[in-house]
Design a protein around this ligand. Structure first.
Ligand code: ZN
Length: 463
């Protein structure tokens, strides 16, 4: 394998070698998800959906097609997506009377239904979510899992009686996404409010979760939008309050991208030997490699089976690699695929009624007696903590600040850099020649362009 220091090459190789996806499908920007990639996505999807539903979200599944007049109802919203929409214009040979779009996001289709479902304050809050694919004709260079024309995500949509309840839900969602990103995937992130010009089309404000990839570029992995009453006024989503008055609902929408989360987990945790997967998302959590010699094959295989059964009984995803081939080649393959724990069983281990457990993240070996196989759970927790900690250290090492334009120029594009900004448009344009402004911070700073005092901004070069 290519070393990870050559990140771009390493990334493409690992996606193929570990059977995460296949990008040879003959539509640019559309991927085939293979077993390894899809299993990881399903693990995050299950975890996220469980948390959303525990917080009162109902699952729904909307049609993929949105009529032109529905998609276009909110003018700012459609203007933001116009260049990227795929249109269905024909049914067989006949032109359709009403053009249909492949959903680029589902605010409009869901709010069309919200206007039918919401009647009274007792219907509120209404919170729904769906995991689905959305379609955008990306004109920028596509990159597998990071920037494509079809991508998998979960989108949540809510309607509330007032702004206060909307904010309460936004706080819940930030907490849920933090548990997904940092808890499950062990990824560090920066959560901030996007500058005005980078808001979701139609939103009052947009919060974004950004992480930093090994090449120093930032990757937006999830967003949360406060939509205020923008959409409810256009779609006529009204409710009767306790006093019999008819009011428009307040709304929020939010979503993490499964593809980008997968790309980040692969890239940030991986090493020169391949993937390093956090145990809870690993398609195989422990791989048993029997070390077989002819004379002891029977007893080794019988013991391996007992170990596998015991682990399975604990709810651990285990696979026994009893196929032909040298143990060394098997070690190499499962290491490359990121399996958190390798369990080696040779004739000597059987004699001792024990196994040799090898951690993927540190390479550390330890003998575990059969009666103490339960310790595997604790090892998984240690692996998770270690992966999370080392990812955070790399992330923190890529946070910096710059004073003058020269310093900004030399540092921009590698990690998240703080710099001052006076608030002026032309100065923002000048600053953004080097990297993108991710957020405007409360902290004060001096503008590197004009020298006036203002706020500080966080910058990164986004994927
Ligand atoms: Zn300035």
């Amino acid at each position: 394998m290519t070393e990870k220091s050559n990140f771009s090459q390493w990334y493409h190789e690992i996606l193929e070698n570990a059977e995460v996806i296949d990008q040879r499908y003959p539509v640019q920007g559309m991927l085939v998800y293979r077993r390894w990639g899809l299993s990881i996505i399903r693990a995050m999807q299950n975890e996220l959906e469980g948390m959303l539903e525990a917080s009162g979200h109902e699952p729904i599944l909307m049609p993929v097609l949105i009529p032109e007049d529905v998609l276009g109802k909110e003018t700012k919203h459609i203007a933001g997506f116009e260049e990227e929409v795929f249109w269905v214009t024909h049914a067989g040979k006949n032109e359709l009377e009403r053009k249909l779009s492949l959903r680029p996001t589902s605010e409009t289709s869901i709010y069309e239904m919200f206007s039918l479902w919401i009647r009274a304050h007792t219907d509120l809050p209404l919170k729904v979510h769906q995991s689905c694919a959305v379609y955008r004709y990306e004109t920028k260079h596509t990159r597998p899992l990071m920037r494509g024309r079809e991508f998998l995500w979960n989108e949540g949509h809510s309607a509330h009686v007032d702004a206060v309840d909307t904010e309460k839900n936004i706080a819940d969602i930030k907490e849920i996404y933090t548990r997904l990103i940092s808890g499950l995937l062990c990824l560090p992130f920066n959560l901030s409010i996007r500058p005005e010009w980078d808001r979701f089309p139609g939103a009052v404000y947009t919060c974004a979760f950004d992480t930093i990839m090994p090449d120093g570029k930032t990757l937006q992995i999830a967003t949360v939008h406060n939509l205020g009453q923008t959409f409810s006024k256009v779609f006529g989503i009204k409710f009767e309050d306790e006093k019999g008055r008819h009011e428009h609902v307040f709304q929020a929408s939010y979503g993490p991208s499964f593809g980008r989360l997968l790309a980040a987990a692969i890239s940030i945790h991986g090493d020169d030997n391949g993937l390093v997967l956090p145990p809870r998302i690993a398609p195989v959590q422990a791989v048993i490699v029997p070390i077989i010699f002819k004379e002891s094959e029977g007893i080794v295989m019988a013991f391996a089976e007992r170990v596998a059964d015991k682990l399975r009984g604990m709810g651990i995803r285990v696979y026994t690699d009893a196929g032909d081939g040298r143990p060394g080649a098997k070690f190499y393959r499962w290491e490359m695929k990121g399996v958190p724990l390798r369990i080696e069983i040779g004739p000597r281990d059987v004699e001792k009624n024990a196994v040799m457990a090898v951690r993927r993240d540190t390479g550390e070996k330890q003998s575990l007696s059969f009666d103490k196989i339960d310790d595997v759970r604790g090892i998984f927790t240690e692996i998770e903590n270690n992966i999370r900690k080392s990812a955070k250290e790399k992330f923190d090492a890529m946070a910096g600040s710059a004073k003058g334009l020269e310093e900004l120029k030399s540092k921009a594009g590698y990690g998240i850099i703080s710099v001052g900004w006076c608030g002026g448009k032309s100065c923002a344009e000048k600053i953004e020649e080097f990297a993108d402004i991710l957020s405007v911070e409360e902290k004060q700073g001096v503008c590197p362009v004009c020298g006036k005092k203002g706020n500080s901004v966080k910058m990164g070069k986004s994927y």
